[in-house]
Design a protein around this ligand. Structure first.
Ligand SMILES: NC(=O)c1ccc[n+]([C@@H]2O[C@H](COP(=O)([O-])OP(=O)(O)OC[C@H]3O[C@@H](n4cnc5c(N)ncnc54)[C@H](OP(=O)(O)O)[C@@H]3O)[C@@H](O)[C@H]2O)c1
Length: 299
């Protein structure tokens, strides 16, 4: 399948063109996002399938595994096709219990960028998101010190573009006052719509919004409205959830995760589902802000 025929078409992250249908590689690391994966060969196959399907946006982090997901990406796809853009994030590490403690001092970020370059086998990272807050969600507070540390690395040519993740609207604005960003990656899906206003503002500014947990993360999205629309369209709830995101705003990029090549193919087809206005009205009755639907927060 050619990129142009993937549902949603393409989007420009700065000077990088990516398919709006991307792939989130977190779940490849293994249970609890701590490696190794149960089946390394099928993890490699999913990554190759993503590229074969025409996907040009892969989301990762050196914290996944840790290191394992990046190593899998490199093993499966290096040397990378010119069209492929790998987006990573820094600002959290893993502890031995599998937790995600913040690591946002300038020296932590320099180390983390260096580790991403090494594990991915790159000389510069296309896009680095500064992950803020904690596993419970965004937290208010200035991002100036860590964000300026990344801007410095960008000046040295180690990073092409910057973004923020798990961020409040105030932190997004603070980052933009320091340096241009090309995306915001926050928790958002049919059940959890706290960023509605932010998405619209970013759309006006031409900045991408990349929802993490688009399918509900560790616990799949469930609701009678979603099931009813899916049944009427003879589609799966996952397909409806992805198609809804693509319809929600042109600046939304999808990074659904899966450790299964069959699910990946299903999701590509499903995201192309056509939703009518009455489907959208019905989905708007989905109980928003239900944090139970988001599962265990992570990376
Ligand atoms: N910035 C951050 O703080 C942050 C936090 C979390 C995640 N992320 C990023 O967001 C990406 C997406 O998040 P996510 O993968 O955790 O959650 P997700 O995309 O909402 O859901 C992934 C789950 O859905 C299942 N799934 C996918 N397609 C399916 C299908 N067709 N049928 C049945 N089940 C299906 C997967 O299971 P199978 O493996 O069995 O398909 C997996 O358990 C991650 O990969 C990561 O890159 C970022």
């Amino acid at each position: 399948m050619l990129s142009a025929s993937l549902p949603g078409g393409t989007w420009a992250l700065g000077d990088l063109t990516v398919t709006r249908f991307g792939y989130g590689a977190m779940q490849l690391a293994g249970p609890g996002v701590m490696g190794p994966p149960a089946d390394r060969d099928s993890a490699l196959a999913v990554l190759r399938e993503a590229v074969d399907l025409g996907i040009t946006h892969i989301d990762t982090s050196n914290a996944y595994g840790p290191r394992i997901t990046n190593q899998l990406i490199r093993a499966a796809l290096h040397p990378y096709p010119e069209s492929l853009h790998i987006v990573t994030k820094v600002g959290a590490i893993r502890d031995p219990q599998g937790g995600w403690p913040p690591a946002r001092k300038p020296e932590d970020l320099r180390r983390s960028v260096g580790e991403n370059l090494e594990t991915l086998g790159l000389e510069a990272l296309d896009l680095v998101n500064l992950r803020l807050g904690n596993a419970q969600g965004p937290q208010s507070g200035s991002l100036a010190e860590p964000f300026e540390a990344l801007v410095e690395l960008q000046r040295h040519g180690l990073i092409r573009h910057l973004g923020v993740s798990n961020a409040t609207a105030e932190q997004v604005a603070e980052a933009q006052a320091i340096a241009p960003i090309v995306c915001v990656q926050n928790l958002y899906n049919l059940a959890y719509r706290q960023d509605d206003k932010l998405i619209d503002t970013l759309a006006e500014e031409g900045i991408a919004y990349v929802p993490f947990f688009p399918l509900g993360g560790f616990s799949p999205l469930q609701s009678s409205a979603l099931s009813a629309v899916a049944a009427r369209l003879a589609a799966t709830p996952m397909s409806v959830a992805l198609a809804w995101l693509l319809r929600r705003s042109p600046n939304i990029l999808l990074i659904p995760g899966t450790s299964s090549a069959a699910h990946l193919r299903e999701n590509v087809v499903g995201a192309g589902l056509s939703l009518s206005d009455s489907d959208l009205d019905e989905l708007d009755r989905f109980p928003g802000g239900n944090s139970d639907a988001t599962g265990t927060p992570a990376g």
